[in-house]
Write a protein of this length. Structure first.
Length: 82
């Protein structure tokens, strides 16, 4: 159910942008993950090298889209440690 910490935008042209486990909804609240700038984010990240730059790749990560992770994300952002 939609709330301050969860909503699904099923009209988005990219929806569903990630596969979620059976029975889990896809939270669109953190569509652009606010933890992208955090090297130690808890998500399933990988890195590629391109033009001499190290680029974080999040295509296999569902962390910000899992409704159960809302408080964890807010806690990390509140701590401010990158
Ligand atoms: S999407 Fe996942 S891997 Fe990418 S920054 Fe967010 S938590 Fe980390």
């Amino acid at each position: 159910m939609n709330s301050y910490k969860y909503f699904e935008n099923r009209d988005c042209k990219y929806y569903p942008c990630h596969d979620m486990p059976e029975g889990k909804g896809l939270n669109c609240l953190f569509c652009y993950c606010p933890l992208y700038g955090y090297d130690n984010c808890p998500g399933n990240k990988s890195y590629i090298e391109k033009d001499g730059k190290r680029i974080k790749v999040c295509k296999n990560c569902n962390f910000p889209h899992d409704e159960e992770n809302y408080e964890k994300i807010i806690k990390i952002l509140s701590a401010g440690n990158r």
